[in-house]
Design a protein around this ligand. Sequence first.
Ligand code: FES
Length: 106
Amino acid sequence: PTITFVDHRGVRRDIEIAEGHSLMEGARDAGIDAIAADCGGACACATCHVYIDDAWQARVSPRDSMEEEMLDFAAAQTDSRSRLACQITINASHNGLTVHTPETQG
Ligand code: FES
C-alpha cells in the first residue's frame, strides 16, 4: 500500500509500506525524519506520534489502553486524530492513507 506523509510545512511524501509492517517501521525505513521512533516500536516513547484524519480512523485498528497512556507523553498537542505509528499494522485497505506529522517532530 502507498501511504502519504505530510509534515507540518505541508511537504508530502508517498512511501510504500509492506502489508504486515507497522506504519512506524515503514516510515523509519523510508527515512521519514519526523518519525524518530526512539523506542523501536515498544509503545514507550511517543516519538512516532502522527495524526490520522477521522475519516480513516475506522479503517485502522483502535487505540488500546497502552497507546492511550503513551500519547499523554507526546510532545505535540494530541486530539482525536492522534495515533502512535508503531501501533498500526498496515494492510491492503490502507492504500491511499494520509498521515500528518506534528511540528515538534521535525
Ligand atoms: Fe516508540 Fe512508537 S516507536 S511509541
